[in-house]
Design a protein around this ligand. Structure first.
Ligand SMILES: [Zn+2]
Length: 93
């Protein structure tokens, strides 16, 4: 689940070739998501997420959970909703 987008400001220092210390800041946008698998909140860099995925049209799974296992479970639930049988025992002609 997509929650919000925030901006973090990081302060850095660098020393010039003349020995002066310059302060500079860099902004970084972060997306906050709630894991659909374990319900914990996690963050991703905006630059590493496709913009269209920052919505609730997609499922979001954190790094600690198994994405493939979660995707399988979503498929199972959808088959239950639409009453599709995926078993190999019954053969329909
Ligand atoms: Zn998770």
């Amino acid at each position: 689940m997509f929650i919000k987008e925030t901006t973090e400001i990081h302060l850095h220092q660098r020393e010039s070739k003349l020995g002066n210390v310059h302060n500079f800041k860099r902004r970084r946008s972060v997306y906050h998501f709630k894991c659909d698998c374990c319900d914990k909140e996690f963050m991703r860099d905006k630059s590493k997420v496709t913009p269209s995925r920052a919505s609730n049209n997609f499922h979001h799974v954190c790094a600690k959970c198994d994405v493939h296992k979660y995707a399988q479970q979503v498929g199972v639930n959808m088959r239950k909703i639409y009453k599709l049988d995926a078993s190999s025992i019954e053969v329909k002609i």
